[in-house]
Design a protein around this ligand. Structure first.
Ligand SMILES: NC(=O)c1ccc[n+]([C@@H]2O[C@H](COP(=O)([O-])OP(=O)(O)OC[C@H]3O[C@@H](n4cnc5c(N)ncnc54)[C@H](OP(=O)(O)O)[C@@H]3O)[C@@H](O)[C@H]2O)c1
Length: 253
């Protein structure tokens, strides 16, 4: 990826992985806009990272996604990189989920992790296709490849986003839009709530590793355990997923 001179929109860039990417992109000489639902989190991000541009937006809502596209392209017409990073994670026992009266609680994961990323990609792709250089980066997960059975819809959204990213790369292959997938392993952020990912990779080392691979032009990027999971055979995937389930199923009992 061209790592300097871009104007970059990072969804969910007020915290965690998105903010770590924003800091590195700004340091490398890019203009960066981040969005998220919580104004206070965006404000703190702006105080931590000079020159960060912030925008409140709830990507669960279709009209807010269109409004974000309109606002970014009107105010920052040089925008040429979209990072679909916003995501949520839910863990539950399907036998106790009680979805009859509560489906919207569960479907939020599909809307945020998958629908919003597809919608924004398809809003920005024609705009980017007219640029000299552009990129769409989708943040999936190692769990796109080895499903985490206690987060079943989460894992499914990431597998679907991985598939969408491949199709997008094919369709944009004759344009100057590079399509990149970053598939993190567990990383120590507040994803799913504080304290759920403390066993994950340290955030700063993870972000440095991803930037190193971006600078080498890689388009499908893992880190730590997800590097191997990206390329596992079906038998290896089954074994890995079984092991993960056996060691975590107590968390949803
Ligand atoms: N941490 C991990 O172990 C791990 C592993 C693999 C993949 N990932 C992926 O990495 C990405 C970033 O996650 P993270 O670990 O950095 O967690 P995080 O700190 O919780 O970041 C998620 C960001 O998404 C934003 N967001 C969530 N729902 C949104 C919505 N409806 N509209 C706008 N923004 C929304 C959140 O801000 P608001 O709450 O203020 O909206 C937050 O800034 C996610 O896609 C996640 O699935 C993480």
């Amino acid at each position: 990826m061209k790592l300097t001179g871009n104007t970059i929109l990072i969804t969910g860039g007020g915290s965690g992985i998105g903010l770590a990417f924003a800091e590195r992109f700004i340091k490398a000489g890019n203009q960066v806009i981040v969005c998220g639902r919580r104004e206070n989190v965006l404000q703190q991000a702006g105080e931590k990272v000079p020159n960060l541009i912030t925008r409140v937006c709830d990507l669960e809502i279709e009209s807010e996604r269109v409004a974000l596209f309109d606002w970014v392209t009107a105010n920052y017409p040089d925008v040429n990189v979209l990072v679909n990073n916003a995501g949520i994670q839910l863990r539950y026992n399907v036998l106790k989920a009680n979805v009859r009266d509560n489906w919207s609680y569960f479907s939020k994961e599909i809307t945020t992790n998958l629908e919003a990323a597809c919608h924004l990609s398809m809003l920005f792709a024609p705009y980017f296709a007219a640029k000299e250089y552009a990129a769409i980066m989708n943040v999936t997960s190692g769990l796109a490849f080895t499903p985490f059975a206690i987060a079943p819809i989460y894992s499914a959204t990431k597998a679907a986003l991985h598939s969408f990213t491949i199709s997008l790369r094919h369709q944009l292959s004759e344009t100057a839009v590079e399509v990149i997938e970053v598939a993190p392993p567990a990383v120590n952020t507040d994803l799913g709530g504080a304290g759920l990912h403390t066993q994950g990779e340290p955030l700063e080392a993870f972000a440095d590793g991803i930037f190193n691979d971006l600078s080498e032009g890689k388009q499908e990027i893992g880190y730590g355990t997800s590097k191997a999971r990206l390329r596992m055979s079906r038998d290896e995937i089954d074994l890995y997923a079984e092991k993960m389930y056996q060691s975590t199923k107590n968390l949803i009992e």
